[in-house]
Design a protein around this ligand. Structure first.
Ligand SMILES: Cc1cc2nc3c(=O)[nH]c(=O)nc-3n(C[C@H](O)[C@H](O)[C@H](O)COP(=O)(O)O)c2cc1C
Length: 246
């Protein structure tokens, strides 16, 4: 029933997204947009692991094989939130849609990566997760995260990835943003979605991150990230080339 309501709302959300894209000057790419048609497939469930020491950097993967210093001396981080388990149009997945795109970006630019993980995992079932996320958003909660980056100041470019949740970023991303000083940093958003694109998130980031430069974002349909990775990678590479970040 909720899925049907969501499907009915999708055209409205897409209209809103179109406006938001125009406002933010978001990079557009044919393969990154979703035509709104959804499918349901079933695969195996994935367990979310729960770690509880928020002071360490255990969620960080350093990319030692590639020098993350660029010619102008920048160091690059890919920070992302992503959820596996039952998701929209893809059934139960082992690896979240945004996680897939985050790995492509990190690999391509030779960045370190950091997964933003909520201490209490969201429900594995899609409908239960949407309910909980909506309650959390309406209450403006800032859920606790499992880990913190000790040397955030080492990075001057941060790719920030998240799924579109209720036309916004998930609340754990807000916890992440409010945990660090972003002044002087370049922030490059990317999201996966089921038709809404980036919604107004680029503008939200621009007004929230004082002193940071927030570039135009990339939106990739979650179904493309999960099931059509050749096209997803093409969208990522085209976008990175336009950003001239490589
Ligand atoms: C709680 C929740 C809310 C969502 N809200 C939206 C939405 O407003 N617009 C949209 O296009 N997709 C929405 N989706 C779909 C996700 O954006 C999409 O499936 C995304 O690719 C999931 O990425 P992930 O696997 O990295 O978490 C929602 C999904 C969830 C779980």
């Amino acid at each position: 029933m909720k899925k049907r309501i969501f499907a009915l709302l999708l055209p409205l959300m897409m209209l809103f997204t179109l406006t938001a894209c125009t406002e933010s000057g978001q990079a557009s790419n044919g393969s990154s947009t979703n035509n709104g048609s959804q499918q349901n497939s079933s695969t195996e469930k994935n367990d979310n692991s729960d770690t509880s020491d928020p002071t360490n950097s255990e969620n960080i993967t350093t990319n030692d094989s590639v020098n993350t210093d660029t010619e102008n001396g920048s160091r690059i981080l890919v920070a992302f939130f992503s959820r596996a388990d039952e998701n929209y149009g893809v059934g139960y997945i082992e690896k979240g849609n945004t996680h897939i795109i985050a790995d492509m970006i990190a690999e391509e630019v030779g960045a370190d990566s950091f997964e933003i993980v909520r201490v209490t995992p969201y429900p594995k079932e899609y409908d239960a997760c949407t309910d909980e996320a909506k309650t959390e958003k309406n209450a403006g909660e800032r859920p606790e995260l499992t880990a913190k980056i000790e040397k955030f100041s080492d990075y001057d470019t941060v790719f920030l990835g998240y799924p579109n949740w209720w036309g916004d970023m998930p609340m754990p991303v807000y916890t992440f943003l409010e945990s660090y000083d972003f002044s002087g940093k370049t922030v490059i958003p990317f999201c996966t979605h089921a038709g809404s694109g980036l919604s107004g998130t680029v503008n939200t980031l621009r007004s929230k991150l004082n002193g940071a430069t927030v570039l135009d974002g990339l939106a990739v349909a979650g179904t493309t990230a999960q099931n059509d990775q050749d096209n997803a990678r093409t969208a990522v590479l085209d976008w990175l080339e336009k950003l001239d970040i490589k």
